[in-house]
Design a protein around this ligand. Structure first.
Ligand SMILES: [Zn+2]
Length: 335
């Protein structure tokens, strides 16, 4: 188990640590500031002030709720791929395209050599870090997903583009670690879509994480896990953050056939519905995880980012996650 690794990094966590996948909804005042900035009614400084206020709002909220490993909430990001493409050299903004989940984004185009010139998320991580004494995840979009969601003009093939991106994303990881980040999440929601490219994603993740002193998590959105499991366990990370509840926990069937060997951030609430699950439902999901996985290996969180929910729904869903973790801690520690 990776509890020893966390302890080695100076992090003690309770049983069933509560975290979230990364994004929270933007409060109304920030949505307004973003619209005003887009229409040149306010300057960048005013927008950034609203982003800082919103970040502080979510840090306080997570602390009040009793979350164990915090996130900055990604108040400064629009799209998770476009944000990194805008901050790396070698990209141009492409036209608006529609992807799954009714998500519209400007699909970036790789028109030159990709290059990390300066930290991308670091200032936000440091800002959030000053607001809390709890562990705070660094969260980056992974090279495979950036490559997959971009048009590639400059590189001869997808693998070459992916590995070039991995070398640059590693620099952001190193910058975070240098400032004290100990838990780093590399989001790779695109990994489950093309099983034949899993080896490329694994090769890229090695480039991003090998030899670095941090506890690594990767978030995979729900997809064709049956076609990449158990091979995906070769991704060199400590913890898989998986969307479990939206599909009725069917991924557990795969774990019955072949043991799941890493830590898991187990999604116990569905992020695609306005409905806030009853506490008993969420607890029951966690109990089902416990039937197959060692308790020391289980973290709990929502299925995916909560950015598409309302602020109130996101808070209520996080509340359910915390309640389930507390309820199970109480009964499990009796044993
Ligand atoms: Zn996801």
């Amino acid at each position: 188990m990776s509890r020893a690794k966390l302890r080695g990094l100076g992090i003690e966590l309770p049983l069933f640590p509560v975290t979230s996948v990364g994004s929270f909804p933007k409060p109304d005042f920030l949505l307004k500031a973003r619209a005003d900035f887009a229409n040149t009614r306010i300057r960048l400084g005013a927008l950034e002030k609203a982003e800082r206020q919103a970040t502080e709002f979510w840090i306080r909220k997570q602390e009040e709720l009793g979350v164990d490993v915090l996130v900055d909430g990604e108040m400064y990001r629009g799209d998770m791929v476009a944000y990194f493409a805008e901050h790396l050299e070698g990209f141009e903004e492409g036209g608006l395209v529609r992807s799954y989940g009714n998500r519209y984004y400007h699909k970036p185009i790789i028109t030159g050599e990709v290059r990390w010139d300066e930290p991308i998320t670091l200032e936000w991580w440091k800002f959030a870090r000053r607001l809390t004494s709890k562990p705070l995840k660094g969260i980056l979009t992974g090279p495979y997903t950036i490559m997959d969601w971009a048009f590639i003009e400059f590189y001869p093939d997808r693998r070459t583009a992916c590995l070039a991106l991995a070398k640059e994303i590693r620099k952001e990881v190193e910058a975070l670690i240098e400032e004290g980040a100990k838990i780093i999440q590399i989001d790779e929601p695109a990994i489950s879509v093309r099983p034949e490219e899993l080896p490329v994603a694994i090769e890229a993740m090695h480039i991003v994480t090998d030899g670095l002193p941090a506890y690594f998590i990767t978030h995979l959105c729900y997809g064709a896990f049956e076609s990449i499991y158990p091979g995906m366990l070769d991704l060199p990370v400590d913890n898989f953050d998986l969307e479990m509840s939206n599909s009725g926990l069917d991924t557990l069937e795969l774990f019955k056939k072949r043991r799941f060997t890493k830590d898991i951030s187990f999604g116990v609430v569905d992020v695609h519905t306005h409905v806030v699950e009853e506490d008993q439902v969420v607890e029951q999901r966690l109990r089902q995880a416990l039937e197959l996985l060692p308790k020391e290996a289980i973290w709990v969180d929502p299925d995916c980012g909560l950015k598409t929910r309302t602020v109130d729904e996101a808070i209520a869903k996080m509340q359910s996650v915390v309640s389930a973790a507390k309820a199970l801690r109480a009964v499990t520690s009796d044993k």
